[in-house]
Design a protein. Sequence first.
Length: 131
Amino acid sequence: SMGTSLFGYYMASVGLTQVEAETWGPVHSTIFVGRGMEMVSAENTESITIKLITSINTGQILGAQLYSKAPIFHVSDILSLAISADYSDQDLALQERAYVAGFTDLQGAIYQATMQSFEGRLAQRSDAHVD
């Protein structure tokens, strides 16, 4: 897991990159660009971009890269813990979470990205079985 700030952007990478993950088997990648559910406010209008890499068969989260103009290191910590705990995109998307105004600004984006990954992965698997 690593993170940095450069030219006004915060960037982080956790787990495997897509190229590294593909050496272990078929993967599904999702790119989510948006705001966390809690970010809809005049004070915090920055968006976040998350690339989530999961196993196409199990949904296990293998890696993620993210960037935003807002600090994102707490988001990368959550994704790093999810990778360490062998969470799937479905596990993290459906996880109950605490909301604390002012402290969870970008966390909603994690859950939106994982739900998008889960739905996209199922559609990709379904398309593969039709052929």
